[in-house]
Design a binder for this molecule. Structure first.
Ligand SMILES: Cc1cc2nc3c(=O)[nH]c(=O)nc-3n(C[C@H](O)[C@H](O)[C@H](O)COP(=O)(O)O)c2cc1C
Length: 202
């Protein structure tokens, strides 16, 4: 069988940092736990994200396989995600504080939290640890179960772990796991002159 990372690493139009090209979202994970030192560095990366007014709205609830937080996160996932996410040794909820110190709305919370997850995903890749983000979970249920305070909003759940053998997955998921990644071209997203006009530098 072809090496999965070689299937997942895209042929880019313009060369990028190898960690960016290599990142992909697995559903099969090895049972090996993620070392504490690696978790420390992964969350340190999130810490240094830029944010509006340096409010740093990111917070993370981390569940390690076997603990109560992990089980509560699993319970909140939609069935499709439960099918594979239970392979991961670490499950995390990414949570944003939606207000500033005066209690006023921080309109940048989602943007900033998203950036922090992107940052930690790349640090994770550097550590040989793969992330898979999930929007398919019951945010209200897990907010209650984990007693997340008011003004905090869970935006995404994600896995952390070493990639595993696709053979452990349900056959439908195996197909997804072995498919190449695809994206529209840069020229369809990056414009100069007018919206929709392919950037001149491309
Ligand atoms: C906000 C967000 C929500 C997602 N929700 C799910 C999900 O519920 N289940 C799932 O299997 N993948 C989910 N994904 C993963 C995407 O499907 C995946 O990132 C996308 O197909 C691109 O694949 P790649 O990350 O391997 O490049 C989500 C990703 C993001 C960023």
């Amino acid at each position: 069988m072809q090496n999965i990372d070689s299937i997942k690493t895209p042929s880019v139009d313009y060369s990028v940092h190898p960690l960016i090209a290599a990142r992909w979202s697995p559903r099969a994970y090895d049972t090996k736990p993620v070392e504490s030192e690696k978790l420390q560095r992964i969350f340190e990366a999130a810490r240094w994200t830029a944010s509006a007014n340096n409010l740093q709205p990111w917070y993370f609830m981390v569940g390690l396989k076997g603990d109560e937080v992990y089980q509560k996160i699993v319970d909140s996932l939609v069935e499709f995600n439960q099918m594979w996410a239970i392979n991961a040794p670490v499950l995390v909820l990414a949570i944003a504080k939606t207000t500033n110190a005066k209690g006023e709305p921080n309109k940048s919370y989602a943007y900033d939290l998203g950036q922090s997850v992107a940052m930690l995903s790349l640090q994770a890749m550097e550590e040989g640890i793969y992330t898979h983000q999930m929007g398919g979970f019951d945010a209200s249920a897990v907010t209650l179960a984990l007693e997340i305070p008011e003004d905090y909003k869970i935006l995404v759940a994600f896995t952390l772990g070493y990639p595993g053998d696709a053979g452990i997955l349900h056959p439908n998921l195996q197909k997804l796991e072995m498919s190449p990644r695809s994206r529209r071209s840069v020229s369809e997203s990056v414009f100069t002159g007018s919206f929709g006009h392919k950037a001149d530098f491309l």
